[in-house]
Write a protein that binds this ligand. Structure first.
Ligand code: FES
Length: 77
């Protein structure tokens, strides 16, 4: 799925960037161009970053955060 249509950036690319340590839309913008045009993708990209951070927390065995408890996940509309 494309996260950023303007720059043709996919969800897979965003997840890979998160896996490599990127934690902000600003960092995604610098590396991949996300949110550098119309910026309609910024919210979706942020959600994916949050989701990836939660997965990393889970992998490290840290307790779930509030958003994890409420079951929020990246759903980009
Ligand atoms: S959709 Fe990402 S900048 Fe337009």
């Amino acid at each position: 799925m494309y996260v950023c249509i303007c720059e043709a950036v996919t969800e897979r690319q965003v997840r890979e960037a998160a896996r490599q340590g990127l934690r902000s839309v600003r960092a995604l913008k610098e590396r991949l161009g996300v949110a550098s045009q119309c910026a309609k993708c910024a919210r979706c990209a942020q959600q994916i970053l949050r989701e990836c951070a939660l997965c990393a927390e889970e992998a490290m065995g840290t307790p779930p955060t509030a958003s994890r408890v409420t079951g929020q996940e990246a759903v980009c509309t």
